[in-house]
Design a protein around this ligand. Structure first.
Ligand code: NAD
Length: 497
């Protein structure tokens, strides 16, 4: 018996998400009673009213998180119990795939097929993977002289504030809350105002899975109110932030002005794709470069947005990437065949348009795209865009556009390619395309970025650390190294005499 494919439009028209904050194990209105309208990126229509949390709500959430932490119900729970609850949480996320995927697509405008295939399973796998680390972490014994024994153990930090952006709300939330909870912390999560819905469902599912009340709280609201209150809170031990560099700097200042809480930052990039003429398969490379920038409408922190290409093949290769971009099906994100959806909102559309105009003024020319399309859909849809004739000095090559815009720049030899790739204030990721193994290693070692992909792009797994160098931030999400971000070392010295 075949099951009919879901009609996502129909489901979208009847879904009524709960926009209340989640504090101390239950849904609550903002203390002020204020709400804001959460609108869909797809067509701008209002989805639901969401609690506009502010400093008062952050206070209540942090107090609940602290109480839960001090009670030991989670922070000192038997490790097998912690693992069991987190595994159950992961199962519930996977089971709730359709609801989560639909809300993610409505909020962000990303294609439903990606929400179903990537965002929800990615979040579930991340939680499951960190659940499995809970009872597999060992302490150390230091090599001190005989007559003493010094234990080095890891302890949770206490209350972690997680502040996340709108481009991958589920995945980035999972990257923060899964290791934080696995390490025994309590968490207050502040989702972006554009995309609060899936974070609220996550909190509900965690409670259903048996997470004690107060261990995971979600306070939706705006950056300068709820976000700043969390950053400045005297009883928050750590802020884990993903978002723009501008706001990342605020969090460093908040920490300095308050309790010197620890901070980790993931702050975007301008990732180079370095294409050598000897790349094993230039057609496959062009297709991968196109996805590397146009996936998620280019709203990806590690998007490969600077194409650095050997001058001998630059025109042909750039044209091939442009063709690949044009071939991606752009349209209604709720259509399961759509590959490129809507930009998140009008602000983002205006930002992308401004940059395309700026590129033209600076002397680049448009090879493909460059304009808004499908106005009939009601949202902001932007054609996959390739700019050529650019130099690395142009603002379109230096600043993060955060939209479907690729800037193509030729290079003459390996040394120039490396110099151009590193000539950026960012250092999140890079792609290197070559069949020469020695060159691949040489160039990868020379690039100041957190991740280098060779003959592929954006391959990722929870087992590998992710994060940036330079102004892309510091600290790492994913892998066992993420646990270090959510725990602190203790030395216990015993005299044996
Ligand atoms: P943003 O910095 O504007 O907002 C991120 C979060 O910070 C949101 O929750 C927002 O409400 C909050 N915020 C905003 N102003 C604040 C303030 N004054 N005080 C406290 N909190 C505040 O970023 P965005 O527009 O949501 O996302 C886009 C940016 O995120 C891009 O620059 C992108 O590169 C970056 N990003 C980075 C990564 C990464 O892993 N490095 C991943 C995704 C997105």
């Amino acid at each position: 018996m075949s099951v009919a494919a879901p009609n996502w439009r129909e489901r979208a028209s009847v879904i009524r998400p709960d926009g209340r904050a989640w504090i101390d194990g239950r849904p609550v209105n903002a203390a002020s009673g204020a709400t804001f309208e959460d609108c869909s990126a797809i067509d701008g229509r209002a989805i639901t009213a969401v609690a506009a949390g502010d400093a008062a709500d952050v206070d209540v959430a942090v107090a609940a998180a602290r109480r839960a932490f001090e009670s030991g119900d989670w922070s000192r729970a038997p490790l097998r119990e912690r693992k069991r609850v987190l595994r159950r949480f992961a199962e519930l996320v996977a089971q709730q795939r359709d609801e989560l995927a639909l809300l993610e697509t409505l909020d962000v405008g990303k294609p439903i097929r990606e929400s179903l295939a990537v965002d929800v399973p990615g979040a579930a796998r991340c939680i499951e993977w960190f659940a499995e680390t809970v009872d597999k972490q060992y302490g150390e014994i230091a090599p001190t002289d005989p007559g003493s024994i010094a234990l080095i153990t890891r302890e949770p930090l206490g209350v972690v504030g997680a502040v996340v952006p709108w481009n991958y709300p589920l995945i980035i939330s999972a990257w923060k809350i899964a290791p934080a909870l696995a390490a025994g912390n309590s968490v207050v999560l502040k989702p972006a105002e554009q995309s609060p819905l899936t974070a609220l469902v996550l909190a509900r599912l965690a409670t259903e899975a048996g997470l004690p009340d107060g261990v995971l709280n979600v306070v939706p609201g705006f950056g300068p109110t709820a976000g700043a209150a969390l950053g400045r809170h005297l009883d928050v031990d750590k802020i884990a932030f993903t978002g723009s560099g501008e706001v990342g700097r605020h969090f460093l200042a908040y920490a300095g002005e308050s309790n010197m809480k620890s901070v980790s930052l993931e702050c975007g990039g301008k990732s180079p794709q370095v294409i050598f003429a000897d790349a094993p398969d230039l057609d496959a490379a062009a297709a991968c470069v196109a996805l590397g920038i146009f996936y998620n409408q280019g709203e990806t922190c590690n998007a490969g947005s600077r194409l650095l290409v050997d001058h001998r093949i630059a025109d042909d290769f750039t044209a091939a990437v442009a063709r690949e971009g044009e071939a991606l099906q752009l349209g209604d994100p709720l259509d399961p065949t759509t590959a490129v959806g809507a930009l998140v909102d009008r602000d983002q559309f205006e930002r992308v348009s401004r940059y395309v105009q700026l590129g033209i003024t600076e002397g680049a020319h448009v090879v493909s795209g460059g304009a808004r399309v499908r106005e009939d859909l009601g949202g902001y849809y932007f054609a996959p865009t390739v700019l050529a004739g650019a130099t690395n000095a142009m603002r379109v090559a230096r600043e993060e556009i955060f939209g479907p815009v690729l800037v193509s720049i030729p290079f003459s030899d390996e040394a120039e390619a490396v110099a151009l790739a590193n000539d950026s204030e960012f250092g999140l990721a890079a792609g290197v395309w070559t069949a020469d193994l020695r060159r691949a290693h040489r160039v990868a070692a020379a690039l100041r970025v957190g991740t280098v992909w060779v003959n592929t792009f954006d391959a990722s797994d929870v087992t590998t650390p992710f994060g940036g160098m330079k102004r892309s931030g510091f600290g790492r999400d994913r892998s066992v190294h993420a646990l270090e971000e959510y725990s602190q070392l203790k030395t216990t010295w015993l005299d044996l005499h």
